[in-house]
Design a protein around this ligand. Structure first.
Ligand SMILES: NC(=O)c1ccc[n+]([C@@H]2O[C@H](COP(=O)([O-])OP(=O)(O)OC[C@H]3O[C@@H](n4cnc5c(N)ncnc54)[C@H](OP(=O)(O)O)[C@@H]3O)[C@@H](O)[C@H]2O)c1
Length: 218
């Protein structure tokens, strides 16, 4: 059965998945770009982003490789999709951070309260804008994934809602040894559903500790 996987999401040691003040200049909020530094030199990341087939191997690369394995659709929040807020009317040229050929290559479901027609990109990525909430996005993504798993890309608010609803089957967190001090904190106000998660795996490098939790009943 298809799983809903957070695979992985990066948090600072003090629990933030993004720094404060997200903007065009600081997509991950101020200081938040450091959350992703561990993945940038990996062979998997470099290959995925057309930067060549060289790069580091090891625990970080293993996590990066597994991140995209068996994934047929992605769900993300509107803030992860871009820095524009409110109605799309004044920002209908915004098609995400990732250029004409985004690295998803499958349907992506963007949670938003503002309706927008789907955007078909090069390379098999289509952005669908879902205004019906997290359950509707999950159903549409599972349907589109055709039996493969669905990746819950982020951001913080989106993952937190799925955790609160008990709908995340696998939660992989890459814990980065930095302190952000403020921003969007992931592991807060999660409700009773969080009691269901158990450790499935842990691996680490000098750059990050990668912890995988799975739902004990899932
Ligand atoms: N650390 C990591 O690994 C990682 C990974 C991915 C992203 N990020 C970062 O996380 C940050 C974004 O996180 P975030 O918590 O600010 O926002 P988010 O979860 O990406 O998006 C939140 C927005 O999505 C829409 N939304 C969310 N739930 C909805 C629902 N149930 N129904 C309808 N619309 C809904 C709303 O937009 P509207 O109401 O405005 O339409 C809401 O303001 C960015 O800085 C991004 O770069 C970090």
């Amino acid at each position: 059965m298809a799983k809903l996987r957070v695979a992985p999401f990066c948090i600072s040691l003090d629990g933030y998945g993004a720094g404060p003040d997200q903007s065009m200049e600081n997509p991950l909020g101020v200081g938040g770009e450091r959350l992703h530094e561990w993945v940038l030199p990996t062979r998997a990341f470099r290959s995925k982003h057309g930067m060549g087939d060289d790069g580091e191997t090891g625990p970080d690369n293993d996590v990066a490789e597994r991140s995209d394995a068996n994934i047929g659709a992605t769900i993300m929040g509107r803030n992860m999709f871009g820095p524009v807020r409110g109605s799309w009317e004044d920002s209908d040229t915004w098609t995400g951070w990732w250029g004409d050929n985004p690295p998803f290559h499958h349907p992506v479901f963007v949670l938003t309260h503002h309706e927008r027609a789907p955007i078909e990109m090069d390379g098999g990525t289509t952005f669908h804008f879902v205004t019906g909430g997290i359950h509707a996005a999950r159903e549409q993504a599972i349907d589109a994934a055709g039996g493969l798993d669905v990746k819950l890309g982020g951001g913080v608010s989106t993952i937190r809602q799925y955790l609160q609803a008990g709908l995340v089957d696998e939660l992989q967190l890459s814990i980065v040894p930095i302190l952000l001090g403020s921003g969007e904190r992931l592991l807060t106000d999660l409700g009773d559903q969080i009691q269901h998660y158990r450790r499935a795996d842990i691996t680490s490098s000098s750059a990050a500790a990668h912890v995988t939790l799975v739902r004990a009943d899932g």
